[in-house]
Write a protein that binds this ligand. Structure first.
Ligand code: ACO
Length: 376
């Protein structure tokens, strides 16, 4: 076999594959920078539309730009009948909501022009409408037509229930979407960049990214964190139940992270948003249990896993916040996708500007010189 001196970076760990102005994840300091803003500075203040513009243009919009952008997104929301037919067929088969989103996303190139900006705007406008329509269809209800007079986040909440959402709820969803809009070169973002780098269209890029995000190692974890809080049920049960789980070697869902070795900054932003939301409405008892669970888990992890630097991650408070917004766990990952699509598309624009295809190499470790068996 041929000798090789190349080093293989399994999982591309430690490989820097792009220069970006979109976001920076500092796992040692627990800092997330979004286009120059600390996450804590921007997440609770910007509207969803402002955040998308910021990621795409590397600057906040002026007021006229923001209003025109919001109007344009609102006008693009209505789903083509082919997308609705597909969602109905998927609901009849009880398909996974991320499969439904991927299939409906693929239809968006039918009536979106090939122009990147147009496709990107159509994707952003329709992703939440698709997620809401599929949620309603899969529960046996008709989809609710989007309302062009509502903002991006308010319209999503409206399409889920048919009732206008309170400003506190809209703010909570916008804070969540802003907190997860971009996070370095994560797997789905890398997928989108690889597709965009081939010169393919942006609907193809986000459709591929949805497929990557569906995987349980990437976007599918907040449900179990909430299940743990439900199982505990009251603050005094937290310690015995959690101790038992750790004794059995179980992992604490919503804790630990490959990159963050201190508290995930998104957990702080989402914890504050959850606190505000649960003050105005929602299940206050559940919120109190969640706080107790978090404190108990952190204390027990110090005891059972000393030195591993395990902290609360984004999933723990995502689960609490989205539950507070009345969403069932099956909607968590599609809602995440609707927020992350802003980052995917920003990376596609950035990748396009490099003009280079992404084409790493592999090291062949298979046989050589095999011969085809002669036919008897
Ligand atoms: N609960 C208990 N112990 C844990 C946890 C946890 N949540 N996370 C890690 N550990 C322990 C491991 O058992 C291991 O202990 P050991 O040294 O005695 O064997 C040590 O900490 C290191 O664990 P690794 O698996 O090497 O850490 P890694 O960085 O690969 O894992 C991961 C990161 C997958 C997120 C992990 O912390 C985990 O499974 N967390 C629970 C699931 C979860 O919350 N996932 C969502 C993550 S957020 C996101 O990805 C967007």
């Amino acid at each position: 076999m041929r000798e090789t001196t190349q080093t293989v970076a399994e999982g591309l760990e430690g490989v820097v594959a792009a220069r970006t102005r979109i976001s920076d994840v500092d796992g040692e300091a627990g800092r997330l920078t979004i286009a120059g803003f600390a996450l804590e500075e921007i997440a609770g203040r910007a509207t969803a539309e402002e955040m998308i513009w910021l990621l795409w243009r590397d600057a906040l919009p002026t007021a006229p730009e923001r209003d025109a952008f919001a109007r344009d997104l609102a006008e693009r929301r209505a789903l083509p009948s082919i997308a609705l037919d597909l969602l109905r067929a998927a609901a009849a088969r009880q398909s996974d909501p991320m499969d439904a989103l991927r299939m409906a996303a693929a239809t968006l190139s039918l009536d979106a022009p090939a122009d990147d900006e147009d496709q990107a705007r159509t994707v952003i406008a329709r992703f939440p409408v698709i997620a809401a329509a599929y949620e309603r269809l899969s529960q046996g209800h008709e989809p609710i037509a989007p309302r062009p007079d509502l903002g991006h986040a308010a319209n999503y909440l409206y399409c889920l229930t048919g009732a206008p959402a309170s400003p506190e709820r809209v703010r909570a969803l916008e804070t969540y979407w802003n907190a997860v809009a971009d996070h370095g070169l994560n797997a789905s973002t890398f997928t989108a960049r690889v597709i965009a780098a081939t010169g393919s269209d942006l609907v193809s890029a986000v459709t591929g990214a949805v497929g990557a995000l569906k995987g349980p190692l990437h976007g599918g974890a907040p449900g179990p964190a909430l299940d743990m809080v439900f199982e505990i049920g009251s603050p005094e049960r937290a310690e015995p139940i959690l101790r038992e789980k750790l004794e059995r070697g179980e992992r604490m869902m919503g804790f630990g992270h490959r990159i963050y070795k201190v508290r995930d900054p998104r957990a702080d932003v989402l914890a504050s948003a959850a606190e505000r939301l649960f003050q105005s409405d929602g299940d206050r008892a559940l919120y109190r249990i969640a706080l107790e669970v978090e404190q108990t888990v952190l204390r027990l992890l110090e005891e059972y896993k000393p030195g591993r630097r395990l902290q609360t991650n984004v999933e723990f408070y995502t689960a609490l916040l989205l539950h507070g917004l009345g969403m069932p766990t099956r909607l968590f990952t599609p809602t995440f996708a609707a927020g992350r699509a802003a980052g995917w598309l920003a990376h596609c624009f950035e990748q396009r500007r490099t003009g280079r295809i992404i084409r790493p190499q592999s090291e062949y470790v298979g046989e050589r010189g095999r011969t085809y068996p002669s036919q008897e």
